[in-house]
Design a protein. Structure first.
Length: 170
């Protein structure tokens, strides 16, 4: 078990604030995470030189140093005089959540196992949402209606044959 009071004494952060910094860390891109750990090492070394840390609590010391580094990074980021282009891009990047790409595995499963069933359901005039619910209920596959529609459209584009004029065969 970790010493929560020790971490609070080192950082001055209550449990709720520490949790918020964990969320902040999770939103950082990889470059910024490495920067946070670089700063963590610096904080840790300063604390050691000032005899602020206990040698038997290395895990707590490291965690507290990371929290202190994150607090510094966030303070710099939120400072109004750090509005350079690079900082603005980093802020935007954290705000905009990247969509997870759909796995090709899921697409292959749908195409190989369920495409015929989906096409039959469309012939029965079921909506894409109803088909999505159908797949989830009967086959335990959770897939969005939009993704099903996209897969079917891709297949219909591939199977369209060019119409042949009657006078071309004479």
């Amino acid at each position: 078990m970790f010493d929560e009071h020790y971490i609070e004494d080192l950082t001055g952060l209550k449990a709720r604030s520490r949790l918020e910094f964990a969320g902040y860390y999770a939103k950082l891109n990889e470059t910024d995470k490495v920067e946070a750990h670089r700063r963590q090492v610096e904080v840790f070394r300063v604390w050691r030189s000032q005899n602020k840390t206990e040698r038997t609590k290395d895990a707590e010391n490291n965690y507290a140093a990371l929290l202190a580094a994150l607090r510094t990074m966030r303070k710099i980021e939120m400072s109004p005089d750090t509005n350079n282009d690079e900082q603005i891009k980093a802020r935007i990047q954290r705000l905009v959540k990247k969509k997870k790409p759909k796995s090709t595995k899921l697409k292959n499963i749908i195409e190989k196992r369920y495409l015929t069933e989906i096409l039959r359901l469309r012939e029965e005039k079921l909506s894409w949402r109803q088909i999505s619910a159908y797949l989830e209920k009967y086959f335990h596959i959770k897939v969005s209606h939009a993704y099903i529609s996209k897969i079917v459209e891709e297949h219909s584009d591939l199977s369209i044959e060019m119409p042949v004029k009657a006078d071309e065969h004479s």
